[in-house]
Design a protein around this ligand. Structure first.
Ligand SMILES: NC(=O)c1ccc[n+]([C@@H]2O[C@H](COP(=O)([O-])OP(=O)(O)OC[C@H]3O[C@@H](n4cnc5c(N)ncnc54)[C@H](OP(=O)(O)O)[C@@H]3O)[C@@H](O)[C@H]2O)c1
Length: 210
């Protein structure tokens, strides 16, 4: 398939690119700093774009079969709209180019998975550190759900850099109210790519943990 990947210079996005290439996909990675992505492969096209500027990304969506997003940032503690504005631009670019399949990472703890990232996140990390970030993520999910795209929202537990597993828990009820469940970025990438082949979670927000 022809895949457009957002966030390819990030820790999960890089796994998406590596695994996607090894599965034979043709990948366009839209990144802010092309020099940061040191992967050389004939099936990888690295292009410069900022999701906050629709005109800088829109043309790359032409002819793609699906879009995978691992967009994220580290601007905690302050009010932010990066994820929602960026995702709104992705949705508009998809619409304008008639690309329908969208798989996007958000997080457990958002919207109807509230409290499912465990007690520590519920009582401390989310209200104290990630308050604005999660508010923006929640708006991001809302925009995706309101789009008429073929979307799947992937909500991971706490991310780790451990190696890829091909078996893990996924489903609409995944997560835990007391414990913080984890999942490796490599496994999340595996799950996102697997969802290209199935409609099991079409227009659904699915949790994933070990
Ligand atoms: N950490 C956790 O435990 C956890 C748990 C659940 C969910 N998540 C979510 O999982 C997602 C992936 O996490 P991660 O750790 O892999 O993220 P990450 O390493 O921080 O990567 C984020 C990616 O987004 C890109 N990006 C940011 N702003 C952009 C813009 N304006 N235009 C284009 N690209 C932009 C970054 O590009 P640059 O390289 O240019 O900055 C980077 O490639 C995030 O949404 C995160 O919130 C994290």
């Amino acid at each position: 398939m022809k895949l457009l990947i957002i966030g390819g210079t990030g820790k999960t996005g890089r796994k998406l690119i590596e695994q996607g290439l090894s599965q034979g996909h043709e990948i366009t990675a839209v990144v802010r700093k092309p020099g940061k992505l040191k992967i050389d492969d004939p099936n990888l096209r690295i292009v410069k774009g900022d999701v906050l500027k629709l005109e800088s990304i829109e043309s790359y969506f032409n002819g793609q079969d699906a879009v995978l997003s691992a967009l994220g940032h580290k601007r905690f503690f302050i009010k932010t709209t990066i994820l929602s504005r960026g995702t709104e631009n992705i949705i508009n670019a998809m619409r304008n180019n008639r690309v329908n399949r969208f798989i996007c990472i958000t997080s457990l703890g958002i919207n109807d998975s509230r409290f499912k990232l465990g007690l520590y996140y519920t009582l401390f990390t989310i209200p104290v550190i990630l308050f604005f970030y999660f508010l923006d993520k929640s708006k991001q999910e809302q925009l995706i759900m309101e789009s008429n795209l073929d979307w799947t929202i992937v909500r991971p537990g706490q991310l780790t850099n451990r190696k890829k597993r091909t078996t893990y828990n996924h489903g609409l009820k995944v997560g835990h109210y007391i414990l913080t469940k984890m999942i490796s970025r490599a496994s999340v990438a595996h799950f996102m790519l697997k969802n290209l082949q199935t409609s099991a979670y079409l227009r659904k927000a699915v949790g994933i943990t070990n």
